[in-house]
Design a binder for this molecule. Structure first.
Ligand SMILES: *Cc1c(COP(=O)(O)O)cnc(C)c1O
Length: 414
């Protein structure tokens, strides 16, 4: 073989799968099995020794299959392929984005540790951080996007710098697309790391997917996904993933085995299928979003547009240029008026479906203030720009002309 380096999209149909082990099937079968037969007792013993960390794998030794909570071919192929998009050392997949996030926080935080996190984060994450982690003696502290230039100061002023263990970032922030600078968070984490204690940076990259933002290259240690969104991409499954170095993901897989939060074979198989079209889907979605944003900008019934391709703030633009490879397919905007006008718009949409979630082949619209962000306290919503007139749109793969036709008609109804 030559040393030609193949692009991830070229490897999504074949990488990590050997047809000769499955009767020549061009696609991986679904290994819908809970347990695996050992050839000999000696093999079972050898696999368990490695699985339980009693010894390192020998040179060239392949880890055998034991039991589907620990490993399964569909899960392993999926994890190998997910690593390719961002050059990660290893990946662990989960049965939901929330189980990826919670398993990660449980593995890397201990009682007495401090977690610093960006505001706002996904509602489920917000609840877990603020309500559940403190029950395990973990201290948590949030920061706002407009405070991000002063992270070191915030950490020092808390008086708990020595306890800092992780900086957790979600960027772009949902639903207003405010960006957090990952490299800046990485520098703060380094500044507070010591020989005994590495401060980790974890980034929820769901909003940009594996294509448009590569946090590991910006200085993050762990990348988290709700694979329900772009990776699954068809609104027909719930799943999650975490990527990072072999050492960190090895630890995470240990915790996953005990919590039992791994993805099942059927979910993994569906995602393998989804990954084959990840790039063409996401690129079509971004093109659609660009056309829709151009239409919304300057529309007399649209008072405010949050789209990464049309940002005013120079500091935000600088982060965008340094960190994002596309303006993505998520946007939000304020309909002139308030909740009644926003609802009239949403109720008049026909092609675009009124539903939460994002990153799928079909376009989806929702009302953050009364739906995804209803749990955020009203004062906080105001600070974050989540007004009663705000509508969030996830652009799918439909023809942009048809989307614009649908949106234009719905705006007329306002
Ligand atoms: C949807 C979502 C999650 C939660 O993922 P599930 O797959 O629903 O468990 C976490 N973070 C972000 C940014 C999300 O959009």
């Amino acid at each position: 073989m030559s040393d030609h380096k193949f692009h991830p999209e070229s490897l999504m149909m074949s990488f990590g799968y050997k047809p000769e082990l499955s009767q020549g099937a061009v696609k991986s079968p679904i290994f819908q099995t809970s347990t695996f037969v050992f050839d000999k007792a000696e093999h079972g013993k050898a696999f368990f020794e490695v699985a339980y960390g009693l010894r390192e794998k020998a040179e060239g030794e392949e880890m055998g299959l034991i039991y589907s909570r620990l490993n399964n071919p569909n899960m392993e192929i999926l994890e190998d392929r997910l690593c390719l998009w961002e050059g990660a050392g290893d990946c662990a997949v989960f049965e939901s984005g929330m189980s990826a996030i919670t398993t990660t926080l449980m593995e890397f935080l201990s009682p007495g540790d401090l977690l610093l996190f960006s505001n706002p984060v996904y509602g489920g994450t917000d609840h877990f951080i603020k309500e559940i982690l403190p029950r395990f003696g973990i201290e948590v502290m949030g920061f706002y996007p407009w405070e991000q230039d002063h992270l070191a100061e915030i950490i020092r002023n808390s008086g708990k710098a020595d306890k800092l263990r992780m900086i957790y970032v979600e960027t772009p922030a949902n639903p207003t697309n405010i960006l957090i600078d990952i490299a800046n968070a990485g520098r703060a984490a380094k500044a507070f790391s010591t020989a005994e204690k590495q401060v980790l940076v974890a980034v929820d990259n769901t909003y940009m997917g594996p294509l448009w933002q590569h946090p590991l290259k910006q200085g993050a240690d762990l990348v988290l996904y709700s694979a329900t969104k772009y990776i699954g991409g068809h609104s027909d499954l719930i799943a999650g993933a975490c990527l990072g170095s072999e050492a960190l993901i090895g630890r995470l897989k240990g915790m996953r085995s005990f919590l039992g939060s791994m993805a099942g074979p059927w979910t993994c198989w569906l995602m393998l299928r989804s990954l084959e079209t990840l790039k063409v889907r996401m690129e079509a979605q971004a093109r659609g979003a660009e056309a829709v944003a151009a239409f919304l900008k300057g529309h007399p019934k649209v008072t405010r547009l949050h789209y990464l391709g049309h940002m005013d703030d120079p500091a935000q633009q600088a982060i965008f240029r340094n960190q994002c490879l596309s303006a993505g397919a998520m946007l939000s905007f304020e309909v002139k008026g308030g909740e009644p006008e926003a609802f009239r718009f949403l109720n008049a949409l026909k092609l675009v479906k009124l539903a939460v979630s994002l990153g799928s082949t079909e376009s989806l619209a929702e009302h953050p203030a009364t739906m995804t962000h209803i749990g955020v306290d009203p004062g906080e919503r105001g600070k974050l720009g989540i007004t009663s007139a705000l509508v969030r749109l996830s652009v799918g793969v439909e023809h942009p002309d048809d989307l614009i036709h649908d949106i234009a008609r719905a705006l007329e109804a306002v």
